[in-house]
Write a protein that binds this ligand. Structure first.
Ligand SMILES: NC(=O)c1ccc[n+]([C@@H]2O[C@H](COP(=O)([O-])OP(=O)(O)OC[C@H]3O[C@@H](n4cnc5c(N)ncnc54)[C@H](O)[C@@H]3O)[C@@H](O)[C@H]2O)c1
Ligand SMILES: O=C(O)C[C@H](O)C(=O)O
Length: 333
């Protein structure tokens, strides 16, 4: 399968491309960036794995060349946060970058699965959808916002409060909603390793807040030099790997991801009923299949405090989604 990374020379793009070069399901890896992509590609091409690697710049139709034959396109192109910024502050610049890249995908690789990492994800995913609608090629089953880092953080931070870091690789906690601040809703009540009652509610509140605002920790620590890159590459490679396995026919793979709820009309309608809101996109546990989204799972049983977190998340999510939709200004489907 051909995987393409748009923004491949960046902080996320390089380690993500490295991890994809190591994925045996990737037979071809296409790298694209406005700088340095050919150099990164030659570097990766020396790694002794079968994937053929090519890198392109915008000149000489580079975007068209890299996208030709793409099965999966991952987009980490765009600027990252600096201290004091919200993800929404990135909209001004990243919205246009994502719109233009989406236009390239819509015209050259309209059947590819598109995985959006560029922030603000709650708005950039709707931007891709609206561009695809304008070109008459929108299939909601093939569009994903990558929220895997929130899930990775939940496993890490909860294993820490459980006092057993070895759990980090096995513990699974669904994280739903969106990908920014209060729209990130971890469902600790559904942890595969139940949280013992000996853990205080203030410790639980602190860990929920840490999962919601984990990105800020890295932005602050990097002190102006960007945001999560290595942990994001790890998370992104994990999600791409799941998508590729499902595309290859493996069944039963579930991952939380930010999708348009019409991707599974029945599951999406049930989820909206659970949310009690007309929200067009939501990050929910999604069963992946050969066509992309196979089934959108509902929230399941959640605690009263989690219901409150959802109530706070939904209005902000709706505002973020609307901002992305109106940026492109396409007519509704
Ligand atoms: N979804 C998530 O969980 C998550 C996590 C971390 C970061 N992010 C986001 O990912 C994005 C990238 O972060 P980063 O740290 O890699 O930034 P970065 O600045 O290190 O890299 C971004 C890359 O995009 C390239 N680029 C810019 N415009 C482009 C265009 N038009 N076409 C192709 N490439 C282009 C740049 O040249 C650069 O190499 C940011 O928006 C960041 O907020 C999302
Ligand atoms: O925090 C950021 O801006 C980057 C990313 O969305 C993250 O969650 O780390």
């Amino acid at each position: 399968m051909k995987a393409v990374v748009l923004g491949a020379a960046g902080g996320i793009g390089q380690p993500l491309s490295l991890l994809l070069k190591s994925n045996p399901l990737v037979t071809e890896l296409g790298l694209y960036d406005i700088v340095n992509a050919p150099g990164v590609a030659v570097d990766l091409s020396h790694i002794a794995t079968p994937a053929k690697v090519e890198g392109y710049l915008p000149a000489d139709d580079g975007l068209k060349k890299v996208l030709t034959g793409a099965d999966v396109v991952v987009i980490p192109a765009g600027i990252p946060r600096k201290p004091g910024m919200t993800r929404d502050d990135l909209f001004k610049i990243n919205a246009g970058i994502v719109r233009d890249l989406a236009t390239g995908i819509a015209t050259t690789a309209p059947k590819a699965f598109v995985l959006v990492i560029s922030n603000p994800v709650n708005s950039t995913v709707p931007i891709v959808a609206e561009v695809f609608k304008k070109h008459g090629v929108f299939d909601p089953k093939r569009l994903f916002g990558v929220c895997t880092l929130d899930v990775v953080r939940a496993s890490t931070f909860v294993s820490e409060i459980l006092g057993d870091r070895s759990l980090a690789t096995s513990i699974k906690i669904p994280v739903v909603g969106g990908h920014s601040g209060v729209t990130i809703v971890p469902l600790l009540s559904q942890s595969t390793h139940p949280i013992p009652s000996s853990i205080s509610s203030s410790t639980i509140d602190t860990v929920i807040n840490r999962i919601q605002f984990g990105g800020d920790e890295i932005v602050k620590a990097k002190d102006g030099a960007g945001s999560a890159t290595l942990s994001m590459a790890f998370a992104g490679a994990e999600f791409v790997g799941k998508v590729l396995r499902a595309k290859g026919g493996e069944k039963g793979i579930v991952a939380p991801t930010f999708v348009n709820l019409i991707a599974d009309a029945e599951g999406g309608a049930k989820l909206k009923a659970e949310l009690g809101a007309e929200v067009e996109y939501f990050s929910a546990p999604v069963e992946l299949g050969v066509e992309g989204v196979y089934k959108i799972n509902g929230l399941g049983t959640i605690s009263d405090s989690e219901k409150k977190l959802i109530q706070v998340a939904v209005p902000e999510l709706i505002t973020n989604i609307e901002k992305g939709v109106s940026f492109v200004g396409a007519p509704k489907l």
